[in-house]
Write a protein that binds this ligand. Structure first.
Ligand code: SF4
Length: 236
């Protein structure tokens, strides 16, 4: 089964649902292996650099795999440091993807602190549009999305058809719990953003990420107090 885009989206939705059935008991590594074959290797990883778990898994299957990092211009220094360490430590090619406008140009054209006035527009300009462009050369992308992260992600499957981008979306750890993530990180010595140990279990842009208290949902520090839970990368 190869996901080369031609034909109707419904065909690919069907193929994705068949793949999910076939991969119901597969490990994350086996899911990545299937996806690499299904896309003839035209697949990349997208990472926020909260940790390198999905990079660790994908690079074991496909050494040299490209890792898309959305450099929004608003990241914590620790996140940039984690990106640099990933590029050093893992057999991957990290690709920095930037928005068409720098932060300074965005401030000039749309006013300062857009993230505070219209975070959906800010995320669209600094994340969604750049990712759409960056994914264009591929037939699929691999994410670290998990069902227990947000209510929106509750329906995530290991293999999905990304309608808007007309490509395969692969979530190898969709069914993992936070405890499983921590076990894998511990067992495999996975690189973790140092901010995680400082109370930031989910890390996005600095202006929109707060530390969370023990027991709170890991993503509750993202756009805290706004009702926003997604940047738009995973919605279509
Ligand atoms: Fe802008 Fe915040 Fe979205 Fe980053 S997370 S792109 S700063 S609104």
């Amino acid at each position: 089964m190869t996901f080369a885009v031609s034909g109707a989206s419904t065909d690919f939705e069907l193929l994705a649902s068949l793949a999910n059935a076939d991969l119901a008991d597969a490990s994350a590594e086996e899911i990545v292996r299937w996806a690499v074959q299904a896309t003839d290797g035209l697949i990349c990883v997208a990472s926020s650099m909260t940790d390198a778990l999905i990079i660790d898994i994908a690079s074991r299957v496909k050494p040299g795999i490209e890792v898309i990092f959305l450099d929004t211009g608003y990241h914590f220094a620790e996140t940039i440091g984690t990106r640099d360490a990933v590029a050093e430590m893992y057999p991957v090619k990290v690709i920095d993807v930037t928005a068409p406008r720098t932060v300074t140009e965005q401030d000039r054209d749309l006013g300062p602190r857009l993230f505070g006035r219209n975070p959906d527009l800010c995320c669209h300009l600094r994340k969604v549009v750049p990712l759409d462009r960056a994914l264009a050369p591929y037939r699929g992308w691999i994410t670290g999305v998990r069902r227990d992260e947000t209510s929106f992600r509750r329906g995530s499957q290991a293999v999905e058809w990304d309608h808007r981008r007309r490509m395969l979306k692969v979530n190898p750890i969709a069914g993992w719990s936070q405890a499983q993530v921590e076990e894998y990180i511990e067992a495999n010595g996975v690189l973790v953003n140092p901010l995680v140990a400082e109370g930031y279990p989910s890390i996005g842009c600095a202006p929109c990420t707060r530390p969370v208290q023990g027991g709170a949902h890991p993503r509750s520090g993202r756009w805290a107090g706004t009702g926003k839970t997604e940047c738009g990368l995973h919605t279509w």
